[in-house]
Design a protein. Structure first.
Length: 260
């Protein structure tokens, strides 16, 4: 298992100072960011590919294949998005979503033959993001198994979904295909604009969740993932404003020790 952190300018500064360490830097599919990160640590790319939103006409598969070949990216990732027009309680709609996800994942695998595909769970935030059917652990598991893909467990996404669906985290995760775990994402949670959101600094309850996850891996209850990534910090409009050097300085070493 390798420990990764999102690339950011403060993270670059700390790495150059020797104040923190990690095995890999996680980057978006932006060539300028990959180029900035490459001299610091081995790089892997996390792609913004969404399954279930109606097609891949906007994707540049030549760029994706180039990024996979030129970095230390162990698999192609995608995100499982539910459809708001489907009824979570309808077996026919559940099957319709699984069929759609599996079909699109198979198409992705055809575009990058020989590369493992992993699928990430997305959060459900009422009136803001996602929907209950897309966050169902049973549906996620069925689609991943049928597509013969790996699981990218975003622990923060699972915690957010559980919060709004009224589910217990341990029970929720137990329903996922943890024997297929390939990557694990960890962040802190915070209420932002009235909703529970991720990509913030770790607080005590976040450390508790991370330590629980590590204990599951050590006990063999979960497959050991290839990568455990701290998704704090980054670049651009979404992540840049919440990237603070002091957080990285304090929290990266603790997570590195936990997931090394």
């Amino acid at each position: 298992m390798r420990f990764a952190v999102n690339y950011s300018v403060p993270m670059e500064k700390l790495l150059r100072e020797g104040a923190v360490d990690c095995d890999q830097l996680k980057c978006p599919e932006w060539e300028n960011i990959v180029s900035a990160a490459r001299p610091l640590r081995p790089v892997y790319v996390h792609f913004e590919i969404v399954v279930g939103n109606g097609g891949f006409d906007h994707l540049d598969f030549d760029l994706i294949r180039t990024m996979l070949a030129s970095t230390q990216t162990p698999h192609l990732n995608c995100h499982l998005m539910g459809r708001p027009d489907l009824d979570p309680s309808s077996p026919s709609d559940q099957r319709k979503l699984v069929k759609s996800w599996v079909s699109e994942m198979q198409y992705l695998k055809e575009q990058v033959p020989g590369v493992k595909l992993v699928a990430e769970n997305l959060p459900y935030i009422p009136e803001s993001y996602g929907n209950p059917i897309g966050s169902s652990p049973e549906i996620i598991k069925q689609a991943i198994v049928e597509a013969d893909a790996g699981l990218l467990l975003d622990l923060s996404h699972a915690r957010i979904s559980c919060h709004y669906l009224g589910m217990d985290l341990e029970d929720y995760v137990a329903r996922l295909p943890m024997d297929r775990l390939s990557e694990l994402h960890i962040t802190g949670l915070r209420y932002y604009c009235g909703y529970l959101n991720d990509h913030f600094a770790m607080r005590p309850e976040d450390w508790e969740a991370a330590e629980w996850a590590r204990a599951q891996i050590r006990a063999g209850a979960w497959r050991e993932p290839e990568i455990a990534a701290f998704e704090y910090g980054g670049v651009g409009e979404v992540f840049g404003w919440r990237t603070q050097e002091w957080v990285l300085r304090q929290q990266v070493p603790r997570l590195a020790e936990l997931f090394a």
